[in-house]
Structures are given as structure tokens and as C-alpha cells.
Design a protein around this ligand. Structure first.
Ligand SMILES: Nc1ncnc2c1ncn2[C@@H]1O[C@H](COP(=O)(O)OP(=O)(O)OP(=O)(O)O)[C@@H](O)[C@H]1O
Length: 366
């Protein structure tokens, strides 16, 4: 099919390589500096700063009330910050006339949690709406709508009404509509939160392929770490209106720094079995329990196998596994070591660049 954004071919190749390093060198699409917004005594945003580079997928994660929606509303111009600067493609959006603000807004496509489709309009009419508002001629509009629906895999639903679509199909229409104005940035506000896991995977797959094929920059807001892991290059964790941690997704998964990030990751990283955790004590008796965290190139994901080969029978594996994120292997496991084996095994693991933490001791069998 025809490329929807023919000017972006070089960018598409760049994004397709999927490396954080290349994305880092790309131009900045979103630049937010010291953004603050209060509602009465509530500080929804506190001096929040972030950048999103061209071709990047930045995931912003936080608990309910952390300030995610306020941030997104400031980015699309629906909310005025009290202080701070927002630049989209180098253009500050504060103090603009309504006409100039419209021009900047047209560079930003918005994907909503509940799709926000017009029920009395067909799929094609919903997608065409922003083009109609922008005054695009009918013939061109029809051509673009056909391209967009093909892109999101809904060419056969052109004349259907939203009520006849599944949740995933409705979100595909929402994405096609968001792309209609050839935006530089796609803002996704909990775009998969209303969908079941399988549909979520297919929508995330679509967003990823739009990023890779078209080089489109995406800022997505979610409360689900799984979403971040599947599609984002970089993640920023927001809490009480501040970014408390950020970095490449693999790095944050491998070594989460803040208790909140650790909590958000709890369901995705192996944890010590509950019965064992309940028996942990701090007096050095019995076996020592260690948590081992490691991140390395994909082919270093066999750390556990190498450990077992180098130290056969020296430890008991309690829980653990390997995940592959952005071409990195992220390994976490828990082992029990008797007194005599602790020093040599731990030294060996540290030589492999693993982070090792003794979390307590247990006596007797688990
Ligand atoms: N219009 C408003 N009036 C008063 N308080 C508001 C308003 N909008 C947001 N807040 C408050 O600001 C804080 C941040 O809200 P926000 O909606 O940005 O959080 P969120 O991270 O998007 O939460 P959720 O995931 O539940 O949507 C909350 O304490 C919220 O109650």
C-alpha cells in the first residue's frame, strides 16, 4: 500500500531499528519543562519535566490520581498549566491564539480509553471527521480514509456503525481517526484499559507497527506495567505530579529504583514464594536467601544455566526466570545457599555483573 506519511520514510527506518540510542539522537517532539498545575490544595503536577524524541514510544505510568490525565490534558491544550513550558516540535503552546493553538493541536493525535466515536456516524465518517473540519476536499478525504482503514485493518468495516464493532475494532477506528491529520505525536490515554488481554495485545501490536512503519512518536499513559513492557522504548514513573524514575524500559525493569516502581512491577517480576517469605528471618542461621538481578545482552540470558554448570549442587533455586525486553535479557531469581557456598557463589555472580542481595535466612525445608 501507499505509505501514509511518505516524507517519513527515513524516520521509519530509524524507528524500525528499535534502539534507544538512535531514538535519543532524534529531534525532540515534546519538551515539557517545570510544569505545575494545582486544583485548590491538590498539586496535580509539580514542576514536571520530560522530553519525547522523534520515533520514540514513551510510556508514562502511575497510580490513580498521580497526575497522568492532567499531563495529557496540558499536552493537548485542554488544560492550562499554572507554570512551566510545553513545546511541541519546538513551538511553545502557551499564550497562543486559538487559531495558532489549533495548528499545534493538529500535530497531536489523541487516542482515548473509551474511543469517543460518534455513534450516529459510520466508521468512515468518524475517521473522516478531522479531515472534514480541516477543510480537506471530499475526494482526498475518501482516499485518506481508505488508506487509514487499511492501515488499521478495517477496510471491510467502512460503512458499519460503531455499535456493530467490538471494543478492539472501535479502538482501531479511534487510532485511524487520530492519524488522519498526519500528526507528529500520538497521545494515548489508557488506550487499552477498556479492552480484554487479547484485544489489548492486538492494539499494542498495531501501535508498535505504526511506530515502526511510520516512525510516529507515541506518548502513552497507562497504569499497566505490562503495556509499557510490550511497546515502550522508555518509561517515566509519575507519582504525586512528579516524575520519580525514568529510563529505558529494560533498565527500569531490571533495576527499579523506587518502592513505587517495585510495587508496579510486582506482578511481572518473579517474587519469593509467599510461604518462604513468611519464614524469612534476619538471624544468620540455616540457609541464606539471595535475590539475584541481572540485565545483559540477549545471549547472556542463560545466567542461571551458567550458574548451575559452574556450581552444580551448590544452591537451591527457589523461584525465577528470564524476560527479553528491547534486545536485553532481564533475569531475576531467588536462591538458597548453605553457609559454606555463600562466598564463592556470590563472588562468581558478582563477577558476571549480577546484582545480588541477601534478603534473609531460613531454617528447615521449605
Ligand atoms: N478538574 C479538577 N478539579 C479538581 N481536582 C482535580 C481536577 N483534575 C484532577 N484533579 C486532581 O488532581 C490529581 C491528579 O489527577 P489526574 O486525573 O491527573 O490523575 P491520573 O493519574 O490521571 O488518575 P487516574 O489514573 O485515576 O485517571 C488528583 O488528585 C485529582 O483528584
Amino acid at each position: 500500500m501507499t505509505l501514509l506519511f511518505p516524507d517519513d520514510i527515513s524516520l521509519s527506518r530509524r524507528a524500525a531499528t528499535d534502539t534507544t540510542d538512535i531514538v535519543h539522537r532524534a529531534p525532540v517532539v515534546v519538551n515539557v519543562r517545570d510544569l505545575s498545575r494545582t486544583f485548590g490544595a491538590t498539586h496535580a503536577l509539580r514542576k514536571l519535566s520530560l522530553t519525547v524524541n522523534q520515533g520514540e514510544i514513551l510510556g508514562i505510568i502511575g497510580r490513580s490520581g498521580a497526575g497522568k490525565s492532567t499531563l495529557i490534558r496540558c499536552l493537548n491544550g485542554l488544560e492550562q498549566p499554572d507554570e512551566g513550558v510545553i513545546e511541541i516540535e519546538g513551538r511553545a503552546i502557551s499564550g497562543l491564539s486559538e487559531q495558532d493553538l489549533q495548528a499545534v493541536r493538529s500535530r497531536v493525535g489523541m487516542v482515548f480509553q473509551h474511543f469517543n466515536l460518534l455513534s450516529a456516524k459510520t466508521v468512515a465518517q468518524n475517521v473522516a471527521l478531522p479531515l472534514k473540519i480541516a477543510g480537506v476536499a471530499k475526494a482526498l478525504r475518501q482516499q485518506r480514509v481508505a488508506e487509514l482503514l487499511q492501515l488499521v485493518g478495517l477496510s471491510d468495516k467502512t460503512d458499519h456503525y460503531p455499535a456493530a464493532l467490538s471494543g478492539g475494532q472501535k479502538q482501531r477506528v479511534g487510532i485511524a481517526r487520530a492519524l488522519a491529520g498526519k500528526p507528529a505525536l500520538l497521545l494515548c490515554d489508557e488506550a487499552t484499559s477498556a479492552l480484554d488481554p487479547e484485544t489489548t495485545r492486538s492494539i499494542l501490536g498495531l501501535l508498535k507497527s505504526l511506530n515502526q512503519q511510520l516512525g510516529i512518536t507515541i506518548l502513552l499513559i497507562t497504569h499497566e506495567m505490562e503495556v509499557i513492557k510490550s511497546v515502550a522504548h522508555r518509561v517515566a514513573v509519575i507519582d504525586a505530579g512528579e516524575i520519580i524514575e525514568s529510563g529505558p524500559v529494560w533498565q527500569v525493569f531490571a533495576h527499579p529504583q523506587t518502592p513505587l516502581t517495585q510495587t508496579l512491577l510486582r506482578g511481572l517480576l518473579p517474587q519469593l514464594p509467599e510461604n518462604l517469605a513468611a519464614r524469612l528471618q534476619q538471624q544468620p542461621v540455616g540457609e541464606a536467601i539471595y535475590r539475584v538481578d541481572f540485565a545483559g545482552e540477549d545471549d547472556q540470558g542463560d545466567l542461571l544455566t551458567r550458574l548451575a554448570t559452574r556450581w552444580p549442587g551448590a544452591f537451591r533455586l527457589l523461584q525465577g526466570g528470564v524476560d527479553h525486553i528491547q534486545h536485553y535479557a532481564v533475569v531475576r531469581f531467588f536462591i538458597a545457599l548453605p553457609q559454606a557456598q555463600q562466598q564463592p557463589v556470590i563472588s562468581w555472580l558478582q563477577q558476571q555483573q549480577a546484582q545480588v542481595e541477601r534478603i534473609g535466612y531460613v531454617t528447615g525445608n521449605d
